[in-house]
Write a protein that binds this ligand. Sequence first.
Ligand code: BES
Ligand code: MN
Ligand code: ZN
Length: 514
Amino acid sequence: MEIKVTQGNVVEHATPALVVNLFEGVKVPGGATGAVDQALGGLISRLIESGEITGGAGEITVLHTAAITSDSTEPIAAERVLVAGLGKSDGFDYDSIRTVSAQVARKLKSLKVKNGATIVHGAGIGGLDPAVSAEAIAEGSILGLYRFDKYKSTSNSSNGNGGNDSGLEVLELVEMDAAKMKALEKGVARGTSYAIGTNLARDLVNEPPNVLSPTELAARATAMSKAAKLDIKILEEAECRKLGMGSYLSVAAGSKEPPKFIYISYSGDAKRDQNNIWLIGKGITFDSGGLSLKPPGSMVTMKGDMGGGAAVIGAMQAIAALKPKINVHVVCAATENMPSGSATRPGDVVQAMNGKYIEVENTDAEGRLTLADAICYARNNGAARIVDVATLTGAVSVALGKGHMGAFSNNDEFYTTFEKASADQGEPVWRLPLVSVTKQQNRSNIADLKNTGGRGAGAITAAHFIHEFAKDTPWVHLDTAAFNMADEVSGVNVQGATGAATRLLVRLVENLAG
Ligand code: BES
Ligand code: MN
Ligand code: ZN
């Protein structure tokens, strides 16, 4: 889909479908919607009066304006007008724009409309910045139209193209004020980068695990890096062994697929090495649980256990396009977690890169074992800040459900910045506490620590484990287990992979760069 910015008057703009909007409770629309209402002889106002149009969030009313007049005096140049409900103006924000844009894009597609036009939501009584609103429209529209149907042999859509979808070919943003064009175009380009990075992450998660092995994940990361002119290094098993990554490699021990330690770097502030952030994503391409085998019902979605890795790779693609003035390093220690005669046993003791001995109590707590060595690698290479993103625990879903992703930090200042990025992007997080009582649950009788912490506080004991390796480097851990996949269409998400945390990470990096 192409998103264009056009200068013009919405009433005179010829298009198969024009999208205007309405806040809940507004009786007589103003601004662009008001102009369209007037041109239509007050049709929108009358439908509000009768109660058919309420402006409620998610409501989209289609008016077939071309059918109104049979003579040549068309009331409005658009063949259809879509009135999109924005909900209450109180609390309306950029995320509301992303959501309504996703809903509208899917509606236009279902109407078989190939070209649509929209006013810039939020700039009127919403009081939002038009450029950021344009960004949110582009972002929401592209995200909302995403689909993954490359294995449907009846489909003629190409995939792996960042979610480009032939359903809706062109979306125009129509704005009267010529002085705003440049800013709107910049906003559209930014929103497009955010969405394409997210859709790359979605593609990686949606790929079945027989296709997306660690080797294939490394190949896709390499292809992205080449195209985006990023430096990438894939560390093979032997090299990881030499570096002492016994914890990470213990997870790979049961698989026929070789592990691939993926390291990508972006240099946005070459003169200041220490102005950096390391984004580390869990990269289990399939989590069977290992010898602590999962029951079938829990295993079926475990192709998505590289969702954190997908998010950091997708974020890096967007970062390369947006060019913030900061150095960004991405790590994904990719491997399968499989049972076999060579697999790690419950009870084995393994040694991480920093020398710490870990008793593996449960081979299904594998994510933290891979993250431990990835974080050691980051610290050894001068990490000033670390964010790790992982589909780490079922327990985080028990604690927070689908309301918030679970977040942890050892640094209040860094966490504040992180929380702001979360709010900016509409990807909700909730900080959970790291106190000594729960930390003690990871104590081992025979090693420095064990990889599970008993029944209580499962998301928290996992975070404590990772903290042992992040130490005092400003660090945030994000547990995305409940957000990685969506059961149904909702807002910017469609069924399947969500690309959770990708946009949050890009925003964090941009906000840090200032
Ligand atoms: N990948 C899972 C966590 C998960 C569960 C992600 C559901 C997405 C949806 C992780 O490796 C795991 O198996 N965690 C265990 C930890 C336990 C053995 C301490 C869990 O949550 O049960
Ligand atoms: Mn597991
Ligand atoms: Zn896992």
